[in-house]
Design a protein. Structure first.
Length: 181
């Protein structure tokens, strides 16, 4: 489909190593003048649902500054666009956050987050054939890791205890792939 928007100008409002915010003057699809703010992410979002031979998964808990709440999530992080493959990033993030290494990887989902204001895209993987090592969290992370039955993680989604959208999407898609009800 042809893009019905016309961009008249783009001004950078803010940038840092992770995001760029631009203010755009546009002509909207109905022909009127308008503005648009766009948040560009400099990393692709990566999420991992690790599953062991007993049907357990791992969640990572941390206090999220942006929402001022503690959050349980699947292991997740960012893939530097153009310098690392998404699968390499998934391997790195899983090891950093949980200490796990996986011999088998399956890409299960592509997604866009909040596509009305950001171009952020991501991928989610299932990781299997796991071996446990030592976690290597980044210096900014204060993480708790818990292993639990996959079905219990799904119940946390259903009860509203997991609110991170990448985690919800990853666990729900994994349930379909794994044929878990």
């Amino acid at each position: 489909m042809k893009n019905p928007w016309t961009t008249l100008s783009i001004d950078e409002a803010y940038t840092n190593p992770w995001i760029q915010v631009t203010h755009r003057k546009v002509i909207t699809p109905n022909g009127t003048d308008g503005i648009y703010g766009l948040v560009h992410f400099k990393n692709e979002a990566i999420g991992i649902v690790p599953i062991d031979e007993e049907g357990y998964t791992w969640l990572v808990g941390q206090y999220r500054y942006t929402i001022e709440q503690y959050s349980w999530e699947i292991p997740e992080g960012g893939c530097p666009i153009g310098s690392e493959s998404p699968l390499e990033s998934a391997r790195r993030e899983l090891l950093e956050e949980t200490g796990l290494r996986a011999a088998q990887w399956e890409h299960i989902l592509d997604f866009h987050t909040s596509n009305s204001v950001t171009d952020e895209a991501g991928k989610i993987y299932i990781a299997r054939e796991l071996t446990q090592g030592e976690a290597e969290p980044e210096h900014t992370e204060d993480l708790r890791v818990k292993r639990l039955p996959f079905e219990e993680a799904l119940q946390m989604v259903y009860r509203g205890e997991i609110t991170d959208l990448m985690s919800i999407a990853g666990l729900m898609r994994a349930a379909v792939v794994l044929n878990v009800k």
